[in-house]
Design a protein around this ligand. Structure first.
Ligand code: GDP
Ligand code: ZN
Length: 361
């Protein structure tokens, strides 16, 4: 295995300074554990590494700290099998979500991914709205989205579901698979080759683990039986990790993103809802709320003419509200950061001009 197989490319090579080249080893983060990362270095060894204090201190948020899939510059103490990360190279793509806690902060779930498989099962849980939201996240990540419809063996008419997705996202490839009977899997090979990194996104129970096991040809990930009460499988994957595939590529296995919240969704909204956004741009008033009866509302007239479905527009405006909420929270955070900054400056000034206050204890 060499670093090209791991996804190294000129994009990363060009970021290295001559200092980086002489002082550091480069490697890719395979796994994130509490306080540690597992790093695969270019010479093929796995090392437990932590982020240097300076890196942690200078990061403006969690989003700048190492994440699974990142390429990093590190010092390695080979004898101990330990090391320190000094630099995270700029990411080509990333999948992020808002931190579940109270603080608005970006959490990078996977970095430098080529393909995002949006996984949905064809049985009773099929939900194109959910796919639409994952699609927004995929567009936002910068990686290529591919829809995977699983459990084909449980569905007699997948054509309807496919058509629904094609209407929603005309340029996104859709593949129908069954991990149980092994159908449709050959078509996935083109996304799984050497140097390629993919990720599976989808609700718990849609068959992600089963699919990965099928591709690997072994029971690597735990598959839980579906609870009969709600038709869903239990959440089984516990840690984010990189899985090497027989085709030569890599899969980053992230815990199911069940409650999807959007981060920096503006771009994503524009892409997944091109048609709605386009109509909205033709409204007479720039602050149009697109409510029924609004004069000159191009969105309402598109609904009336049948060019847009009411449902899609409702979904679009719902995402818009979520985005507005997030940006309000972000602004709040920026405001309080600004306050802290001024507090620190004031304090430094006082120390300078009134030193006795601080040193006469
Ligand atoms: P995950 O939570 O997305 O990883 O889903 P799992 O892989 O744990 O699967 C959840 C349930 O769906 C398990 O009971 C699997 O046996 C079942 N399952 C997965 N793939 C298929 C399939 O292709 N066909 C059928 N009929 N069941 C499947
Ligand atoms: Zn309007």
């Amino acid at each position: 295995m060499n670093s090209i197989h791991l996804g190294w490319s000129p994009f990363f090579e060009n970021q290295l300074t001559s200092g980086d080249r002489s002082h550091y080893a480069t490697g890719r983060i395979l796994e994130e554990r509490k306080n540690f990362y597992v790093l695969l270095t270019e010479d093929g060894s796995e090392v437990l590494v932590s982020a240097a204090g300076k890196l942690q201190y200078e990061a403006s948020g969690r989003g700048e700290l190492p994440a699974v899939g990142d390429w990093v510059c590190a010092t390695v103490r080979s004898k101990e099998g330990r090391g320190t990360i000094h630099r995270v190279l700029e990411r080509r793509t990333k999948i992020s979500r808002k931190n579940a806690g109270a603080v608005t902060d970006e959490q990078v779930l996977a970095a430098n991914i080529d393909t995002v498989f949006l996984v949905s099962s064809l049985n009773q849980e099929f939900n194109s709205r959910r796919i639409e939201r994952y699609l927004a996240l995929a567009w936002e990540s910068g990686a290529r989205p591919v829809v995977l419809l699983t459990k084909a063996d449980l569905c007699e008419k997948p054509a309807e579901a496919i058509a629904e997705i094609e209407r929603m996202a005309p340029f996104v490839p859709v593949h129908v698979v069954s991990a149980l009977v092994g159908s449709g899997l050959d078509a996935l090979a083109e996304y799984l080759g050497p140097g390629q990194t993919c990720v599976l996104l989808g609700s718990s129970g849609v068959g992600k683990s089963t699919l990965v096991n099928r591709i690997l040809g072994e029971e690597r990930l735990e598959v839980r039986e579906i609870r009969s009460s709600d038709g869903r499988g239990r959440h089984t994957t516990t840690s984010r990790q990189m899985i090497f595939l027989p085709e030569g590529g890599m899969l980053i296995d992230t815990p199911g993103i069940r409650e999807l919240q959007l981060w920096n969704a503006d771009e994503a909204l524009g892409n997944a809802f091109n048609d709605v956004a386009e109509a909205a741009s033709r409204c007479r008033f720039t602050d149009c709320g697109h409510h029924p009866g609004t004069p000159g509302c191009a969105v309402q007239s598109a609904i009336e003419s049948g060019a847009l479905s009411l449902e899609r527009v409702a979904n679009w405006s719902k995402l818009g509200r979520e985005r507005a909420f997030l940006s309000r929270r972000k602004n709040k955070k920026a405001l309080s950061e600004e306050k802290e900054r001024w507090k620190a400056i004031e304090l430094a000034d006082r120390k300078r001009y009134f030193p006795e206050e601080f040193f006469n204890d």
